[in-house]
Design a protein around this ligand. Structure first.
Ligand code: AMP
Length: 117
């Protein structure tokens, strides 16, 4: 069985979080340590630890993450200027929480996607 994460507790509202959207498939909440004026995490309610664990049956929920991201970008007023969607996977990407999550960043120019070494 896939392990429960701190994000599972946020989904079940056992841990406090600023939840901005929730339905039967996904939950979105503000990052506790925001890196931009808008920094929201959008996660499947089902625990998928990382991109490495995605299976074909996850296609529906993962497509839904993008639909919710687009809606939230509009709600946040950042759709027109642009924003960044980011998913970290594993050690080299510094993934900290092993419950797949899409970051939505916006509200200022975001610079290069990957910092040059
Ligand atoms: P990642 O490095 O892609 O795994 O990102 C994990 C993100 O989760 C970081 O941006 C953290 O600031 C954020 N985070 C960790 N704990 C919480 C929490 N309790 N509520 C909201 N965001 C959190």
């Amino acid at each position: 069985m896939t392990e429960d994460t701190l994000f599972s507790k946020i989904i079940r509202r056992e841990l406090p979080a600023d939840i901005v959207f929730q339905d039967e498939r996904v939950t979105a909440f503000r990052d506790i340590n925001p890196q931009a004026p808008t920094h929201i995490l959008i996660i499947p309610n089902k625990v998928i630890p990382s991109v490495n664990d995605i299976t074909p049956e996850d296609e529906g929920v993962l497509g839904h993450l993008f639909v919710v991201a687009r809606q939230l970008a509009e709600q946040e007023g950042i759709a027109e200027d642009g924003y960044r969607l980011l998913v970290n996977c594993g050690r080299h990407a510094n993934q900290e929480v092993f419950h797949l999550h899409m970051h939505l960043f916006g509200g200022r120019p975001l610079g290069w996607m990957v910092k040059p070494e």
